[in-house]
Design a protein around this ligand. Structure first.
Ligand SMILES: Nc1ncnc2c1ncn2[C@@H]1O[C@H](COP(=O)(O)OP(=O)(O)OP(=O)(O)O)[C@@H](O)[C@H]1O
Length: 276
């Protein structure tokens, strides 16, 4: 059986879930078994990272959650916001925002138009969509760059635009596929902190894919370590720290302890793979 189901709230016990995957597998048309079986439950408002070796199926998992692809077997369930959409607003069923590793901006038009695109495609009136694009740009610290063109921006700023474009529809769930992998370390640290501040303020559920143990521990409430392909869950860590996180956490003994434990759990997933 394969299906994607939605409901106003996926209730398990006392906690509402944003996403639930049960027995999910994905085989591509060429017969390659990319993922699973995968069982994963993500609470509303939780920040989790998926960590695993290249090709283990992390992006495939995100694509299944975003309903960009259907599972070969198993069930993917997403909680939906209740209520009827306001006139001119994107339907609440459109509850997922996606940030890719590449910012994928349209080079021929302004930053504002790039961010406005999802609203434009949904038929939101121009005045409202411009105001909402400007608001999303302000939330990522780019209020003064709405009229700039992508070529005028640094790599970190382009990624902020990509984040603003994902947030402009006000999704409940933010899926991020190695968004900061191509950035230098200082820019990456700054974006990590800004993303955490946004998450705290907006209360989104975030599922963040990364190869970096350090980044996953710094950002997440939960780090889910995946096996080599076909990706399954190898380990699931809860990262308990004092919030908000910052430089103090990054340089703490607790942080390095978590990193050591997560690295140890990840090691078997790399067994047999060349590290060259
Ligand atoms: N459309 C497709 N058709 C066939 N095989 C695919 C397709 N998309 C991905 N794959 C394969 O499925 C496997 C999982 O790919 P996926 O991109 O999900 O892995 P990943 O963990 O995100 O990798 P990386 O960390 O390198 O981005 C890989 O072996 C990949 O080559």
């Amino acid at each position: 059986m394969s299906s994607v189901q939605t409901s106003a709230g996926v209730e398990t016990g006392l906690t509402a879930l944003a996403v639930s995957l049960r027995g999910v597998t994905k085989a591509y048309d060429n017969g390659l078994m990319a993922l699973g079986p995968l069982d994963l439950a993500v609470r509303k408002g939780e920040f989790i990272s998926l960590l695993g070796p290249s090709g283990c199926g992390k992006s495939t998992a995100l694509r299944l959650i975003a309903e960009l692809s259907a599972p070969s077997s198993g069930i993917v369930r997403l909680a939906r916001r209740e209520g009827t959409p306001q006139p001119g607003h994107v339907h609440p069923g459109h509850g997922v925002g996606f940030v890719f590793q590449e910012p994928t901006l349209m080079p021929w038009t302004s930053v504002r138009e790039n961010v406005r695109l999802p609203l434009k495609l949904s038929g939101v009136p121009k005045a409202e969509s411009r105001a909402r694009a400007d608001e999303a740009l302000a939330s990522v610290g780019l209020a003064d760059f709405a009229d700039a063109f992508p070529r005028e921006l640094s790599g970190g700023m382009k990624m902020r635009v990509s984040l603003a474009r994902a947030l402009v529809t006000d999704p409940d769930i933010l899926l991020m596929d190695e968004p900061f992998a191509a950035l230098d370390e200082i820019t990456r640290f700054r974006l990590n902190d800004d993303l955490l501040a946004l998450w705290r303020r907006l209360g989104k559920t975030v599922i963040f894919v990364t190869h970096s143990v350090f980044e996953s521990v710094y950002l997440s409430q939960r780090v889910v370590v995946m096996t080599a392909r076909p990706g399954r869950i190898q380990a699931d860590f809860r990262v308990e720290t004092v919030e908000p996180r910052g430089e103090e956490f990054r340089t703490s003994v607790a942080y390095s302890d978590y990193c050591r434990k997560v690295s140890a759990a990840l090691a078997p997933s790399y067994a047999g793979q060349s590290t060259l």
